[in-house]
Design a protein around this ligand. Structure first.
Ligand code: PMT
Length: 227
């Protein structure tokens, strides 16, 4: 395996879910464990990068040599990622809520006698990945993930283009042995230059290293900019 050094580079990684509060006892979340993003952060630190890991609510230990910033909501993750820039590389492995309650209620919502439905108004969250790619101090390599149950290639390519990414790592979710929670995964990485790279199935720790090889190759291709 190629072990390209990332010494001297700054890498920001997002990982885990976001929790969007409905009231003091309830929230909207998802099944992300953080394993994929934590593996990327750990592997990047092992290669000598200065790594900032913006982590949603997960119970994983902080990888050695990594600066960890804990957040809960998509809005907090957006703020923490923006504050961690500038960077040479951004890897968005977090499963960020696309919608959040318009307002978190201050007191626990009580069911009323005879009430058999409850309507929540959800509003779009800000797209962290797209905002990083549009940032005035855009990282030289911006990497997204695409978690899909079907039409994986079409949706991943759509996100690569729409969010102006350099690479997108697509993974299938909704089945055992890949995607959420599993120790293993399989990634198909689509690059802006049209190349396609099938990684795995393998442990997320190994896939993280292989993804970093692709990132290192892109860093060597593009013109260097000041981070
Ligand atoms: O954490 P694990 O249990 O190890 O699982 C790994 C994983 C399945 C979560 C990971 O491999 C993965 O696919 N992460 C991205 C999940 C996701 O939210 O995908 P998406 O297709 O909905 O989003 C596309 C991209 O936009 C992602 O890079 C996401 O971080 C980013 N995004 C989405 C919405 C938003 N408001 N801001 C974002 O930055």
């Amino acid at each position: 395996m190629n072990i390209a050094s990332l010494a001297g580079l700054r890498i920001v990684v997002s990982a885990g879910p976001t929790f969007e509060d409905i009231d003091p006892v309830r929230f909207i979340g998802n099944r992300s464990s953080g394993k994929m993003g934590f593996a990327v952060a750990a592997a990047a630190a092992q290669r000598g990068a200065r790594v900032a890991l913006v982590a949603g609510p997960v119970s994983l230990p902080t990888p050695a040599g990594v600066e960890r910033i804990n957040v809960r909501s998509a809005a907090q993750m957006h703020g923490a990622v923006m504050a961690a820039l500038p960077a040479d590389v951004y890897v968005g492995a977090a499963a960020v809520a696309d919608f959040a309650p318009a307002h978190a209620v201050a007191s626990k919502i009580k069911k009323q006698a005879g009430q058999d439905s409850l309507t929540l108004t959800l509003v779009r969250t800000r797209d962290i990945l797209a905002d990083v790619a549009d940032h005035a101090q855009r990282p030289r390599v911006v990497v997204g993930f695409a978690a899909e149950t079907d039409h994986v290639e079409a949706y991943a390519r759509g996100k690569l283009e729409k969010k102006r990414l350099d690479l997108i790592a697509a993974n299938r979710v909704g089945e055992s042995g890949s995607g959420f929670e599993s120790d293993d995964n399989a990634l198909t990485v689509y690059a802006v230059d049209g190349s396609v790279h099938a990684l795995g199935p393998a442990a997320k720790t190994q896939l993280a290293d292989e993804l970093l090889d692709l990132i290192a190759a892109r860093l060597n291709q593009g013109p260097a900019t000041t981070a």
